[in-house]
Design a binder for this molecule. Structure first.
Ligand SMILES: [Zn+2]
Length: 160
């Protein structure tokens, strides 16, 4: 038998509001924002207390990750379209025929190619795996990122 636990980011308040640009798409190539929610599903074998993973620890881990993203401009460090130049306390983002200047402190630089929901989910999954000390009873983890209500991406990793 397989059991899993789930956390719904909308209901558990694991959310962040951020601005981004996806230059590859015309409409998304203009600076705009979303409220995102992060969901998680973890399957595994309950321990002798009947618990796969403590909800409060799980939520604390996720809240730390989303806190860094909240109220920031998300900048994909690995973008092939953006040119990103730091100039003193500002960052200059250029692509196609546009240039944006942002205060450095308002930005977070992410090791992804674009700030799609898919890539944000992948980033959060990696970050979560780095920071969470997972027990051997965990079989798989799925992270979901909703970009507003009703649309989002999911990514999962299994352990053997
Ligand atoms: Zn968007």
């Amino acid at each position: 038998m397989d059991s899993y636990i789930i956390i719904d980011g909308w209901k558990s308040n694991i959310r962040f509001s951020s601005a981004h640009i996806i230059p590859e798409y015309e409409k998304c190539g203009r600076l705009h924002g979303h409220t995102y929610a992060v969901h998680v599903k973890i399957s595994g074998k309950p321990d002798e207390k009947g618990i796969i993973l403590d909800f409060s620890i799980l939520k604390e881990n996720l809240k730390q990750i989303v806190k860094e993203l909240d109220h920031r401009i998300l900048i994909p460090k690995k973008s092939k379209t953006f040119s990103v130049k730091k100039e003193k306390d500002n960052v200059k983002i250029s692509f196609l025929n546009k240039t944006y200047f942002f205060p450095l402190n308002d930005c977070i630089f992410l090791p992804i190619k674009s700030t799609s929901a898919e890539n944000l989910a992948s980033y959060i999954l990696h970050k979560f795996l780095e920071e969470a000390a997972l027990q051997k009873n965990i079989k798989s983890i799925e992270i979901g990122v909703d970009e507003g209500f009703g649309q989002g991406a999911r990514i999962s990793k299994s352990f053997n």
